[in-house]
Design a protein around this ligand. Structure first.
Ligand SMILES: Cc1ncc(COP(=O)(O)O)c(C=O)c1O
Length: 398
């Protein structure tokens, strides 16, 4: 129950042990092309999507290398650890960074962002979709319009596949994501969607690049037998193929609805336990739920104790929330009962830390959310396309 790497469905795990195929064959190109197509569907974009063998940070570096020249000015919006990291990353590549910094967990101030974006000479604005460090899901549509007409780059590491993301409708130029969070695949693959405007700016970019050169990737993608320019993590691509097919068999809208429901259960449970929410109590924040722990209960110790005693992994938080904030990740291969189990574990962790809790209070509040849902069968509809359901109904499992 951490926000990545997340658990993988059994079919995705099993795909890892198949013999490694030669990526230059037609058969493998079909798998690769299907992955790229399904990523485009998941991002809701008709833009090019390029796939890289690296963690997301690699694809972030590639984005900077492919869009900018030394000394270019960029605007970085932050309200948590990952937004702040983008500033360090851009500075490392010799870019001139203007930051619109918010307190961790504070919603984006679109007025401040618009004022900063109006400064002359900026080449792009960068923001994080789901700020994993706090659970806050930022208003990306608002960010894009506040920054117009600047080129926009969005880090959707833990957002894609868990939270609403409409790349083309919202006009996001570059979205970068990866496979180890809501896309239910072990870590090692990242991707970027690139708009026509971004390709145009790419034509002027002079930062050195090689491994992540978008031209090389696009050329290989458009080859007679589509592939990546360098040897990819072949087995991971096969695993991502299975995961994406499962997501689209369940239905992207249904998957996003499930995450909304998981967020509601998690937040209700946290409040039921008598804790304060760190992330706001709104449906948008559907990948990670952050809770403030009471005075005298240390998050790191609670996470360690729960892992040790119940083999359930929760997440603490990074400085400056270190020790004070507990995070429950609920993105990817997670269902309602996983979240209820996590709430039970948090309750036991609190009790063992000497904090008084009413037995069952978190789980009861979480269950009440399920009771309140329209139609008693709603929770099951969520898993309509799940492998277990398909197998039970004798249908082929993707
Ligand atoms: C919002 C966000 N950005 C960036 C990253 C870094 O990704 P990676 O570790 O795959 O490089 C993460 C991963 O935790 C993240 O949640």
């Amino acid at each position: 129950m951490v926000p990545g790497p997340t658990p993988t469905p059994p079919e995705v795990t099993a795909a890892a042990v198949l013999p490694v195929e030669d990526e230059r064959t037609r058969a493998y190109a079909d798998v690769f092309s299907r992955v790229v197509d399904n990523l485009r569907r998941t991002l809701r974009t008709s833009n090019d999507v390029l796939l890289f063998t690296s963690s997301m940070t690699g694809a972030f570096e590639g984005t900077l290398q492919n869009l900018f020249s030394p000394g270019d000015a960029v605007l970085v919006i932050s309200n948590g650890a990952f937004g702040e990291r983008w500033s360090r990353l851009a500075a490392a590549f010799g870019l001139e960074v203007t930051e619109v910094r918010h307190a961790w967990g504070e919603p984006l101030d679109l007025g401040r962002i618009a004022a900063a974006a109006a400064a002359p000479g900026l080449k792009a604005a960068i923001a994080v979709h789901c700020e994993t460090s706090t659970g806050m899901v930022n208003d990306i549509r608002g960010f894009v319009s506040a920054c117009a007409p600047l080129l926009t780059v969005v880090d959707s590491a833990s957002g894609v596949g868990a939270c609403e993301l409409r790349t083309d409708d919202w006009g996001v130029d570059v979205v970068v994501g990866g496979c180890q969070k809501a896309l239910m695949t072990p870590p090692g693959l990242a991707f970027a969607s690139i708009s026509t405007r971004a390709w145009e700016q790419h034509g002027q970019a002079r930062l050195p690049r090689f491994y992540f050169d978008w031209d090389e990737s696009r050329e290989a993608l458009r080859a007679e037998i589509p592939r990546t320019p360098w040897t990819p993590a072949i087995s991971l691509i096969s695993q991502l193929d299975v995961a994406l097919r499962q997501i689209h068999a369940e239905g992207l809208d249904q998957v996003l609805d499930r995450h909304v429901r998981l967020g509601r259960i998690a937040r209700a449970g946290v409040l039921g336990l008598g804790l304060r929410l760190f992330s706001p109590d709104e449906d948008r924040h559907s990948a990670v739920t952050a809770a403030e722990l009471p005075e005298g209960v240390d998050a790191t110790a609670l996470v360690d104790r729960v892992l040790d005693r119940y083999a359930l992994q929760l997440a603490g938080a990074q400085a400056p929330l270190d020790g004070r904030v507990l995070r429950i990740g609920h993105c990817g291969f997670v269902d309602e009962f996983d979240v209820l189990t996590a709430l039970a574990a948090v309750e036991l962790g609190l009790a063992e830390a000497g904090h008084p809790v009413r037995p069952g209070s978190g789980v009861t509040a979480g269950l009440a959310v399920l009771h309140r849902l329209d139609g008693r069968d709603t929770p099951h509809r969520a898993t309509a396309g799940s492998p277990a359901r398909l197998a039970r109904e004798g249908q082929p499992v993707p």
